[in-house]
Design a protein around this ligand. Structure first.
Ligand code: 2BA
Length: 107
């Protein structure tokens, strides 16, 4: 068994989650915040059998698309940096960690 931890753009998360649920995956959704942009993103946890890992990744891949976004100059705290000119940042897509699970139990 593996634990897939996927960090998603908040805009992509609903469709990714719906698609995973429709495909029979159990997920837990966490409200998280990216360290760089300091805006909300969504982290999902999926415990999946080894032979289902690729299917889960395919669903995530098909529903999360990276795109470019302009970040406006700001003197406001909130971002982890203070751009003096608009900068282009790649958002969306998914950042994924896959961990082995030693033991899984439910009571
Ligand atoms: P954030 O840290 O808010 O980063 C959002 C996006 O900003 C990143 O997208 C990347 O395109 C850009 N970015 C991050 N650091 C940058 C820098 N120093 N200079 C220029 N652009 C930068 P992603 O790489 O797709 O990451 C999306 C979110 O996934 C991140 O949100 C963070 O919450 C998480 N993440 C990414 N890599 C991670 C890692 N190695 N460990 C833990 N979380 C990670």
């Amino acid at each position: 068994m593996k634990m897939i931890i996927a960090i998603l753009n908040a805009d992509d998360a609903p469709i990714v989650i719906n698609s995973l649920m429709k495909n029979g995956f159990s997920i837990t959704k966490l409200a998280t915040t990216g360290g760089f942009l300091r805006t909300g993103n969504v982290t999902i946890l999926l415990g999946v059998d080894d032979d289902k890992v690729e299917a889960a990744l395919e669903v995530i891949r098909a529903n999360s698309h990276s795109r470019k976004q302009m970040i406006a100059p700001s003197a406001e705290p909130g971002l982890s940096f203070y751009p003096t000119m608009p900068i282009e940042v790649v958002v969306g897509g998914a950042t994924i960690f896959i961990l082995p699970i030693e033991r899984f139990e439910k009571y």
